[in-house]
Design a protein around this ligand. Structure first.
Ligand code: NAP
Length: 247
């Protein structure tokens, strides 16, 4: 039977690569984001490549409860969901300084990286396939060694996801996290890189190059596959060796 998947932030970068990979693996994939034209272009590109209508779109702001309620109704109209990839996120820019700046930075990052994942997951929980459902959230290497509001928000995803893994294990739903390292071919880095800063980042990577969205998508594909049924509560680091895991 065709597996039904949702990839948030699926119009660009890592999410688009994950949507392409899951669709190529035979899933029916709905991609979610705020910009409808971006989603439409991504869906058209992937469907044309595959010669099949496997990718559909649903637009809305995942940090807004009312919009998430409407999205969940749209996404579950044709049945339960097998795979939820909480990939939407990023680092909102803040101009303010002092206490106001700190409040803006922390609220903005938690809204963009934590609230987006928590709201859609909560809304879809009753509609996830049991047993067999898969939830994967995309955090960051920053959660493990970063600083500031972005790192704190990504680290919060870990605590939340691991608690959810424990809660949902008896129902046969797995919950895991993918923590990517440096992946420059994304909107995340648009306008933020110079040749020098790119070079400095790559110099910290033992494998000697930046990662690609497709390499992160491969980790997501593994954790969402039917034969990953015994893998839950894990944080999969994909970072070219920038930070080694510990046994
Ligand atoms: N690139 C890296 O080096 C790197 C490293 C570690 C972790 N990550 C993480 O990987 C994930 C994917 O990022 P990316 O690198 O592929 O960058 P990206 O191209 O900027 O993708 C982020 C996506 O999230 C969507 N999004 C953001 N806020 C949203 C909201 N409130 N509601 C719905 N959709 C929202 C954006 O679409 P709209 O703007 O249209 O809503 C966009 O498609 C993020 O969680 C990021 O933090 C990236």
């Amino acid at each position: 039977m065709t597996r039904r998947a949702i990839v948030t932030g699926g119009g660009t970068g890592i999410g688009k690569a994950a949507a392409r990979r899951l669709a190529a693996d035979g899933c029916a994939v709905a991609i979610v984001g705020r910009r409808r034209h971006v989603l439409e272009a991504a869906a058209k590109e992937i469907n044309t490549e595959l010669g099949a209508d496997r990718v559909s779109i649903a637009s809305g702001d995942l940090a807004e409860p009312e919009q998430v309620r409407a999205l969940a109704a749209q996404l579950t109209a044709h049945g339960d969901i097998d795979i939820l990839v909480n990939n939407a996120g990023g680092r909102p820019s803040t101009g303010a300084e002092g206490l106001e700046g700190a409040a803006t930075a922390f609220l903005g990052n938690f809204r963009m990286n934590v609230i987006t994942a928590v709201l859609l997951t909560e809304a879809l929980l009753p509609h996830l396939t049991r047993p067999g459902g898969r939830i994967v959230s995309v955090s960051s290497i920053a959660a493990l060694r970063g600083i500031g509001a972005y790192a704190a928000s990504k680290a919060a995803l870990h605590g939340w996801a691991l608690g959810l893994a424990y809660q949902l294990a008896p129902q046969g739903i797995t919950v895991n996290v993918v923590a990517p390292g440096y992946v420059p071919d994304t909107e995340f880095w648009a306008g933020r890189l110079t040749p020098r800063s790119h070079h400095d980042r790559v110099a910290q990577i033992p494998l000697g190059r930046a990662g690609t969205p497709e390499e992160i998508a491969a980790g997501i594909a593994y954790l969402t596959a039917p034969d990953a049924a015994w893998t839950t509560g894990q944080i999969l680091q994909i970072n070219g060796g920038t930070l080694f895991g510990r046994g």
